[in-house]
Design a protein around this ligand. Structure first.
Ligand code: AMP
Length: 415
């Protein structure tokens, strides 16, 4: 996000910006308008494939109900781009939340308008109502396209709570703009509070040595955070598809591997800065390569010195890289990991990602993982409970580490 500067921290209790949390606001007999992130993935059959995001909001939901508030939940789902698209309806999330809570959860077919207002006004303490997808309205993402949308939404609550850390990096109507309608009554939910506290620890006084492992598809989406992390970490490990742009810059033939030409200068700059700052920057020393981007493709392991032959492409870090990285990671007191290190979605190429995930799970260090894909790999291995913190926000956690604050947090009321 251009224009945002890193620096001041907007943590809940540290730094100079102290934000209200759920515990600070009066909830009894109040209509609590809570932004959650129910942007759940679906199976091919149209069923919720993973309800982690719904469960992540449960502490705040249960707290509000326990304190005698009437709870109005708002969320987005997918990218309907300001139009009603049935496949992005949140109705199934109301059903799932009701099953989890063991109590009825109402569902309103829109998120603003007379009907919703009437329904909200009839709500009693302890009741829950989920409103339809915010992004069915253009005003959610582009307020100038639907004047009055934010205000109509704000009308529904006496107090506002933001528990949607996963969308806190977006300055949308429901995540940031709405807070100005609740002076002194816009608070962070418990998930938001926990995310900011855990990620904040990485920015403020992390236990050292502090290492960051960055993988995933593109240099372009991670360059900012890598640059910022260079002033904070004691070592950077770069894997995944974006490593090939770095490796090519060092003169390695990368065959048909993913390559971002436009990012070569950025990659070279990151390596240069790391060397000036004397931060060891580790790239893969060997790669698992395939003759096609296919789950049944032929595979072989090559060393970086050999390079990738034409007609072949990198699919992830190789066993020698894992061995070297693991030895180094054993020394860490704090680790942040974002982005898979191999195409873990294909079983033949999952090992690079899985080997690192299994090792991180066994370490005594504080290990924080951000990003949907790395989390999916950890969940596939059933290792979720072994990590210090699994951030529910991929983009949000990266932007938080890059800038030190996010629009969705900045907008909340100060203590
Ligand atoms: P991101 O959203 O940027 O974290 O990228 C995640 C995607 O990167 C996953 O779908 C991985 O399959 C993919 N990925 C990781 N390593 C590689 C690789 N070596 N080659 C191609 N894709 C990769």
């Amino acid at each position: 996000m251009a224009g945002r500067r890193s620096g001041a921290l907007a943590t809940m209790d540290e730094g100079h910006m102290k934000k209200l949390t759920l515990r600070d606001i009066d909830i009894e007999n109040k209509r609590v308008l809570m932004r959650v992130d129910f942007n759940v993935p679906f199976s091919g059959k149209g069923e919720i494939a993973d309800d982690t995001r719904i469960r992540a909001a449960l502490p705040s939901i249960r707290y509000v109900l326990g304190k005698g508030g009437a709870l109005i939940l708002i969320s987005h789902l997918g990218r309907p781009e300001g139009k009603v698209e049935k496949k992005y309806s949140l109705a199934c999330c109301a059903t799932r939340l009701s099953e989890i809570l063991g109590k009825p959860v109402g569902f309103a077919p829109d998120c603003v308008g007379k009907e919703v207002e009437e329904r909200v006004h009839q709500m009693k303490a302890g009741e829950v109502l989920l409103l339809e997808n915010l992004r069915f309205h253009p005003g959610e993402e582009n307020p100038e396209k639907e004047k009055g949308f934010t205000e109509s939404l704000a009308k529904l609550g006496d107090v506002y709570v933001n528990d949607a850390f996963g969308t806190a990096h977006r300055a949308h109507a429901s995540t940031a703009l709405i807070a100005s309608f609740f002076p002194g009554k816009a608070a962070a939910g418990f998930l938001m509070e926990k995310e900011v506290a855990e990620l904040g620890k990485l920015l403020e006084h992390p236990k050292r040595p502090f290492y960051a492992i960055i993988g995933g598809a593109k240099v372009s989406t991670k360059a900012g955070v890598m640059q910022n992390l260079l002033s904070r970490v004691d070592g950077l490990f770069i894997g995944g598809a974006m490593a090939y742009t770095f490796l090519k810059g060092r003169g390695m033939p990368i065959g048909d591997s993913l390559f971002e030409e436009k990012e070569s200068a950025v990659a070279a700059n990151i390596l240069k800065e790391a060397s000036i700052k004397k931060i060891p920057c580790r790239l893969p020393v060997d790669l698992v390569i395939a003759d096609a981007f296919d789950r049944d493709a032929k595979k072989q392991t090559i060393s970086v010195k050999e390079g990738v032959p034409q007609g072949w492409q990198g699919m992830g870090i190789g066993p020698k890289t894992v061995e070297e990285w693991v030895k180094e990671l054993d020394k860490a007191a704090t680790i942040f990991w974002n982005g898979p290190l191999s195409v873990f979605e294909m079983p033949r190429f999952a090992e690079g990602t899985f080997a690192i995930a299994r090792h991180l799970a066994e370490l005594k260090a504080n290990v924080v993982v951000g990003g949907g894909d790395s989390l999916a790999a950890i969940e596939q291995l059933g290792l979720g409970k072994k990590f210090t913190h699994l951030s529910t926000g991929g983009g949000a956690s990266l932007e938080f580490l890059e800038f030190g604050h996010l629009p969705g947090i900045d907008a909340l009321s100060n203590k």
